[in-house]
Design a protein around this ligand. Structure first.
Ligand SMILES: *[C@@H]1O[C@H](CO)[C@@H](O)[C@H](O)[C@H]1NC(C)=O
Ligand SMILES: *[C@@H]1O[C@H](CO)[C@@H](O)[C@H](O)[C@H]1NC(C)=O
Length: 161
């Protein structure tokens, strides 16, 4: 029993250490460059009719505790999170399972919580949706992060209810 757990742990350690090598060998279209790679999708949901920042800039109210999904293809939910008290959400994605170009062409961010939750004057039906936009890479220690942001939300009637 004890041996089995030790073996399992050893296998897991080997597995973790093998990731950078596998990625370096695959190359992943120049995204990784020998570093451990990650894809980060990050944005802010604002409490406005279109979910975007308003004319008053940083004083635009934000949408906290909103359920946010990364959806690909025909509404396939890849991962889910909620916005924090500053309206910020983020997803960390594995580049081995997610190809940057297809994230940009066929995936998007969907806000599942109705806008009326953050402001009763806003619609209680329809959901916010935004495509994704690549904004460059960040090197953080051994981590090479490809950054994606929502390119602009839109209220889609009938999207969530
Ligand atoms: C922008 O700020 C001004 C001054 O505080 C305020 O009167 C106005 O209603 C605000 N506009 C929006 C769209 O929030
Ligand atoms: C709620 O939304 C309405 C309609 O967009 C807007 O006029 C109002 O300023 C908002 N209230 C708050 C507290 O943001």
């Amino acid at each position: 029993m004890a041996f089995r757990s030790i073996l399992l742990v050893s296998l897991m350690v080997v597995g973790i250490m093998a990731i950078p090598i596998a990625e370096a060998q695959l190359g992943l279209g120049g995204l990784i460059g020998g570093l451990l790679g990650s894809i980060n999708v990050k944005g802010v949901v604002f409490c406005t009719l279109d979910g975007n920042i308003g004319i008053n800039g940083t004083s635009t109210p934000i949408f906290p505790n909103a359920l946010v999904q990364l959806q690909c293809g025909n509404g396939n939910v890849v991962t889910t999170t909620t916005t924090n008290s500053a309206g910020i959400f983020s997803f960390a994605l594995d580049p081995l399972q997610n190809i940057l170009s297809s994230l940009i062409t066929s995936c998007g961010v969907v806000v599942k919580t109705p806008l009326s939750t953050c402001n009763v004057s806003l619609p209680s039906i329809g959901g916010l949706q935004s495509p994704l936009q690549y904004v460059g890479n960040t090197i953080l220690g051994l981590l090479n992060i490809a950054n994606l942001i929502p390119s602009g939300f839109r209220l889609i009637p009938g999207l969530i209810n």
